[in-house]
Design a protein around this ligand. Structure first.
Ligand code: KG4
Length: 345
């Protein structure tokens, strides 16, 4: 087969690491389609149930890939390679996407490319769409990667050179928001609910504990405990405390999380001298966090890169751009390489 690079590079990307089944098609680095099926089945449980996630991926994978190809107007035979998230994530969920991608790549006689989910989130800034060109961060840049499973400051010197210079030593920022939301009796996932309520609340109404740990690392477990004890004490006085104050609680909690995230990021900018700063991961959809970035830009302190909402949560477009770069470098994945549930970038 001829993989010479004067031909169009057309990547089909598949992402199934958690509870979103997503497929995307990218031609020469420009996104043609990105189709994602979410899984409402987990809402009743207040968190992702791994077994239910794998079953839903099984049901969704064929229609999602089919739709992505149709939307892009690309046939299977035109594909140059298939990129897939090999990890980290839930093993049962990953296996669905990885097995499907391997089977399809073998049947079409084209290379398989592996993508690291976290690396994908960081490269989401490089996704280009027809008629919607935007500035991409120059190397080196710092990326605040904040999701339900990660809170990291990453120094990015090339698409495949990403160094974690700070990270959470316990809970992730999104996890803390989700857990606090659960304690308040709100729905799942809590992050978007807290975001919505916070817009009507007073962020100065309450203050919660902030960690005091050295270096560029984060900690969110103390905040979660302080929030829990605060509610417990208030509920003893007033059983309706949460209902009567949920907007102020959400705004104060959100402000604390954003302050914690930004303090270490400011420190990282100072330490590295890098003032190109990007935001990635599910929590990057948060209004207060986005505003905190915009404030730094308006103050002339940083050049900032904030992803489109559709590329904040899990999506295959970010796997497609990772796949595109790797294809150009001829970095293919052996078919016997297994999925992995845990690893760093
Ligand atoms: O990246 P992601 O979709 O999944 C992984 O964790 O890999 O991130 C999900 C996290 C959840 O914790 C969710 O509550 C949070 O992102 N999230 C938000 C918002 N939208 C999603 N947190 C705060 N504000 C939001 N608008």
């Amino acid at each position: 087969m001829d993989f010479s690079q004067d031909k169009d590079i057309i990547i089909l990307a598949i992402e199934s690491s958690c509870d979103d089944t997503s497929a995307a098609v990218m031609k020469n680095g420009v996104l043609l389609s990105n189709v994602t099926a979410g899984q409402a089945v987990h809402e009743a449980y207040g968190g992702v149930v791994p077994e239910l996630a794998s079953r839903a991926h099984q049901q969704n994978i064929v229609p999602v890939v089919d739709q992505a190809l149709k939307k892009a107007g690309i046939s299977k035979e035109e594909l140059s390679a298939i990129a897939v998230t090999l990890g980290p994530g839930l093993m049962g969920s990953l296996l669905v996407g990885v097995s499907f991608a391997k089977g399809l790549a073998i049947s079409l006689g084209i290379p398989l490319i592996e993508a690291n989910h976290l690396q994908g989130h960081i490269l989401a800034h490089f996704i280009q769409e027809e008629g919607n060109e935007h500035a991409v961060p120059p190397y080196p840049y710092l990326c605040l990667l904040v999701s339900g499973g990660n809170s990291q400051i990453v120094k990015v010197t090339a698409y495949n050179q990403q160094e974690i210079i700070g990270q959470t030593i316990d809970d992730a920022a999104g996890e803390a928001l989700d857990k606090c939301s659960k304690v308040m009796g709100l729905g799942y996932p809590g992050g978007p609910i807290i975001d919505r309520l916070a817009r009507q609340g007073n962020a100065e109404a309450y203050s919660f504990s902030k960690p005091n740990i050295p270096g560029l690392d984060y900690s969110f477990s103390g905040l979660k405990t302080s929030f829990l004890y605060f509610l417990r004490d208030q509920l003893k006085e007033n059983p309706n405390f949460i209902e009567e104050n949920k907007e102020d609680l959400a705004a104060s909690l959100e402000k604390t999380v954003v302050d914690i995230l930004m303090k270490k990021l400011e420190k990282a900018v100072k330490q590295t001298g890098i003032r190109h700063v990007a935001l990635s991961g599910g929590v990057s959809a948060n209004t207060a966090l986005r505003n905190a970035f915009i404030q730094r830009k308006e103050a002339g302190k940083w050049d900032i890169y904030i992803p489109k909402f559709s590329y904040t949560t899990d999506n295959a477009a970010m796997i497609a751009i990772t796949g595109h770069y790797k294809f150009v470098d001829g970095e293919y994945c052996p078919m016997d390489k297994p999925a992995y549930s845990r690893t760093s970038i």
